[in-house]
Design a binder for this molecule. Sequence first.
Ligand code: UDP
Length: 337
Amino acid sequence: MRVLVTGGAGYIGSVVGAQLVAAGHDVVVLDDLSTGHADAVPPGATFVQGTLRDCAAEVLSDGIEAVLHFAAKSLVGESVADPAKYWSTNLGGTVALLEAMRELRVRTIVFSSTAAVYGEPEGPVVRETDLTRPTSPYGASKLAVDTTLTEFSRLYGFGAVSLRYFNVAGAHSVSGSGGSGGSGGSGGSGGRWLGERHHPETHLIPNVLAAASQGRSLQVFGDDYPTPDGTCIRDYIHVTDLADAHLRALAACRPGEHRIYNLGNGAGFSVREVIEVCREVTGTDIAVETGPRRAGDPAVLVASSAKIQSELGWRATRDLRAMAADAWAFTQARSSR
Ligand code: UDP
């Protein structure tokens, strides 16, 4: 199938693009490189640099049959400081894309949504039926897109799937093995790694690994939460497992239906547990400083992935050690260049 991957030069979009190429799809990447990296565009994909508003219609008109939509701004803190940027890029950009799709009769879309649509969770495990009360313009803008997709499927017969990610981590080896697989952390078969390269980097695992490789300390944002060790608990999912879910979602799109699935492991790890696994994987005694809580961080955020497991047959196959090992392999591959 000829598919468009918007945001395919970013962390998750590039890994999904690589998996689509590996599965035999004809992949076109559209990315404005505002936060993505041209060298992350998967080998074998066609790359177009531009925005959704300026370029979506032209790219779609060249035989595209389905869209996987990742292009978005994704920093919670930035969204609080500059909400208009998030409404304009995340919602406005998506509406431009959907309008172009409607006009050109491309009606299949898989959307990169987020756990941030739920806000402060109602219970220990978040289900798709839980209330959506986002606590940031980022989460609100993603929820608005989910709502728009429900409308486009009802009004125009779009077949859509939204995947609400919890904490995505790890790196993907393009050489074919898809990273370590299982719990081994072998680091793939020596090919090219696609991983997380955000500026600034806010995510825990890349920050812990950067602290390890640069010999500096890691700031832990609060250890007075109501959790067993006082640090926040999150549900981490390997980016290769996440990409697999996108291919299943693409195959599951049905005209007139908008499906929503949570994507996580169904189990959580505390910040301290993550640091411990990173210490083991890197063989480094990573120094830790405890600072104040980061605004807006809920104590526990864990997904129920029961729905996607039962409906699409997806399950996570790579554990936290594999995520840390593959992210570490990516970090080392970059620092040796
Ligand atoms: N965190 C931390 N130090 C860091 C980055 C993150 O203590 O340098 C904590 C953060 O407060 C949260 C958890 O790690 O409790 C996961 O944060 P991340 O930004 O990776 O993901 P989020 O859950 O916010 O999407």
